[in-house]
Write a protein that binds this ligand. Structure first.
Ligand SMILES: Cc1ncc(COP(=O)(O)O)c(C=O)c1O
Length: 377
């Protein structure tokens, strides 16, 4: 039976991300799941936590899923489980949300930034090898805007250099695929975020880590609860990093229509692509061997500020992900070379994201492009 969800019809105003319509269409499941937690009262590590971990592990095909307090915590716990220490080097991209590099610096390690592919805005795998030294302890690509980075290429570089662990920052890409495999299960570790606006979001903070490595999974489970292997036995340094039972319940209810949402995001992204190509507007490209989940729909404009202003006046909200590469940020620029990733600097000046969510109606999407075309004139 084909389910009809609200996204098929047009709405009066265009939301940048439409979480209200999503809630309305899943209200019954979400309310029931939250109420069940309120009734059983196990707010921390209740049964929904394990249920969600089993569902997400099955979804990605990874052996282990460990839910955690946020996407940031997922990255931090992963690096801690790998034993990252001061002065270790972690290769990553500067064109990402700050959390990717923040966790590296928090552990006293050094982010080594590699420039991006100008068309996808993902890390350029071809430039990674030149940055590997004997201090390199992990490679941390980001699957930006919902499209996996070139994970096979990155994994084989890591393999050639003695099996350097690869962590996919999949905060934006849960639900996407790379050569038929699910994001989060493409390398040693995959980390995602359930921040409300992510492709699979909760109603607060949440995240998850995925791995097929038994020892790493065990370490991560312990680090999540203050390094505890048994009650009050702390065998390693950890954090308070659990995901609340209620947030797990919310994600479980959102899985109800997640497959539909992933398909819908893909078809909206592809339709946006067609419409933008018709009007000759440059945009982020997608590779043929990947299905993006379009966490953001992003184009390039050399006159971005003026265009954003005109679109805002025309009732189309936009956003910039991200205006400054991390190696140019005040807190980071002394740690690394601020001008060694020129393509990330150019992208940061030009990227602009359009309204995107599974509930964006077809007519609203066409309207966005029409108003964009008028704003360009
Ligand atoms: C690429 C990337 N990494 C990490 C994070 C951090 O996730 P969270 O906000 O759940 O801590 C985000 C969230 O915006 C992100 O986009």
């Amino acid at each position: 039976m084909v389910k009809i969800y609200p996204g098929w019809g047009a709405s009066m105003s265009i939301a940048f991300i439409d979480l209200k319509t999503q809630y309305q269409s899943l209200k019954k499941e979400i309310n029931e799941r939250i109420n069940a937690v309120l009734e059983h009262g196990q707010y921390i590590m209740g049964p929904e936590v394990q249920e969600l971990e089993e569902r997400l592990a099955a979804y990605t095909g990874a052996k282990h899923c460990i839910t955690v307090a946020s996407g940031t915590e997922a990255l931090l716990i992963s690096l801690m489980a790998l034993g990252i220490k001061p002065d270790d080097e972690i290769i990553t991209t500067p064109f990402t949300f700050v959390a990717t590099a923040e966790v590296i610096v928090l552990l006293g390690a050094k982010p080594v930034f590699v420039d991006i592919e100008p068309d996808t805005c993902n890390i350029n795998a071809k430039l990674i090898e030149a940055k590997i030294t004997n201090k390199t302890k992990a490679i941390l690509p980001v699957s930006l805007y919902g499209q996996p980075a070139d994970m096979d290429e990155i994994n084989s570089i890591a393999e050639r250099h003695g099996g350097i662990p690869v962590i996919e920052d999949a905060a934006q890409s849960f639900g996407s695929t790379y050569k038929g495999k699910k994001s989060c299960n493409l390398s040693t570790i995959g980390c995602t975020s359930f921040f409300p606006s992510k492709p699979l979001g909760c109603y607060g903070d949440g995240g998850a880590i995925f791995t097929n490595n038994e020892a790493l999974a065990q370490a991560m489970r312990e680090i999540r609860v203050h390094g505890q292997s048994q009650r009050y036995v702390h065998t390693r340094i950890g954090v308070g990093g659990r995901m609340d039972t209620i947030q797990c319940a919310v994600v479980l209810s959102k899985l109800e229509r997640f497959d539909w949402e992933v398909e819908r995001r893909l078809s909206i992204g592809q339709r946006y692509n067609e419409l933008l190509d018709e009007i000759g507007m440059p945009r982020v490209q997608q590779r043929g061997d990947r299905n993006s989940v379009f966490a953001q729909y992003t184009l390039f404009s050399s006159g971005r500020e003026a265009l954003q202003k005109r679109l805002s006046e025309a009732g189309v909200p936009t956003a910039v992900h991200y205006p400054v590469p991390l190696n140019e940020q005040p807190a980071y620029k002394h740690l690394c070379c601020p001008d060694c990733t020129p393509l990330a600097s150019i992208a940061a000046k030009q990227v602009m994201s359009l309204p995107m969510s599974a509930d964006l109606a077809d007519r609203d999407m066409e309207d966005v492009i029409e108003r964009l075309q008028k704003s360009l004139a």
